[in-house]
Design a protein around this ligand. Structure first.
Ligand code: OAD
Length: 240
């Protein structure tokens, strides 16, 4: 009998269109802490309490200190073998859409050119007054909070709890999920919506769902194949 990894490898090999939904777990082996679980805590704050417009309005410096800490960590991190396997999948000539909840930029650094970023980008800033957005890779930032040329306070160009996702990105991601023959669900706790809703969307569209995670998640129940292990160890074996 085919074991789960062989089965998943065959599905990936035979599929003409593949989508992947990634979460913080794919960057864990690059040394980037996940949100949920012990490593996700920073000075005893929960990410859910800092990644909100209310937290930023109350204390922009505190929220920026958290982002500054993450920019420092991520700035030193390198893409791992999991990121690189997904870059190979894009280069393979199959129709491939990479949807990520991560804001760390490691997928692009691994070589993926088309990344649908549901939750924005840590390396971009947005003005809270005039709405201007620009790239900024400085680590550390000179002064917190950073300011826009117009004088307004700048925030990270990421999506916070209670804020809508970029509509175009979400729509394109849902279309890709619906059309995919295989959806890889990698390193996500699958509890944050609407990102997690791409899993049932893909399932309804007839995709085989392959979950790659070190632990069981709410997505495990709908997955057709559950590969328990680290993304950097499992993914290279799927994309050969
Ligand atoms: P979480 O921190 O919620 O979940 C990380 C998942 O990765 C867990 O299910 C772990 O079991 C798994 N994991 C850890 N190490 C792994 C490894 N080496 N290989 C494979 N899996 C591993 O992260 P997300 O699901 O990405 O949103 O969180 C979703 C959203 O919640 C984030 O985008 C962020 C956060 O708050 C916003 O900031 C809006």
């Amino acid at each position: 009998m085919e074991d789960e990894r062989e089965l998943a490898r065959r599905w990936v090999k035979e599929a003409k269109s593949i989508a992947a939904l990634t979460g913080a777990g794919i960057s864990a082996e690059s040394g980037v802490p996940t949100f949920r679980g012990e490593g996700g805590l920073w000075r005893n704050f929960r990410p859910e309490d800092l990644a909100t417009p209310e937290a930023f309005a109350t204390n922009p410096v505190l929220v920026w200190e958290w982002y500054q800490w993450r920019r420092e960590l991520i700035g030193k991190a390198e893409p791992n073998t999991g990121h690189k396997a997904l870059a190979r999948l894009e280069a393979s000539g199959k129709e491939f859409t990479l949807v990520t909840q991560n804001v760390d930029g490691l997928h692009e650094r691994a070589g993926n050119h088309r990344v649908r970023k549901l939750h924005g980008d840590l390396w971009r800033l947005r003005c809270t007054s005039c709405g201007a957005e620009w790239p900024d890779r400085r680590v550390p930032l000179a002064k917190l909070p950073p300011h826009c040329q117009c004088g307004g306070v700048a925030r990270p160009a990421v999506v916070w709890f209670g804020e809508p996702l970029p509509m175009e990105v979400l729509r394109a991601s849902a279309d890709a999920a619906e059309e995919a023959e295989v959806l890889l669900v990698v390193g996500t706790s699958a509890v944050v919506y609407p990102a997690a809703s791409l899993i049932p969307v893909a399932k309804r569209g007839g995709a085989k769902i392959i979950e790659i995670n070190t632990e069981e998640t709410p997505a495990s129940g709908v997955a057709d194949c559950r590969l328990r292990g680290a993304a950097g160890e499992v993914l290279p074996g799927l994309v050969t």
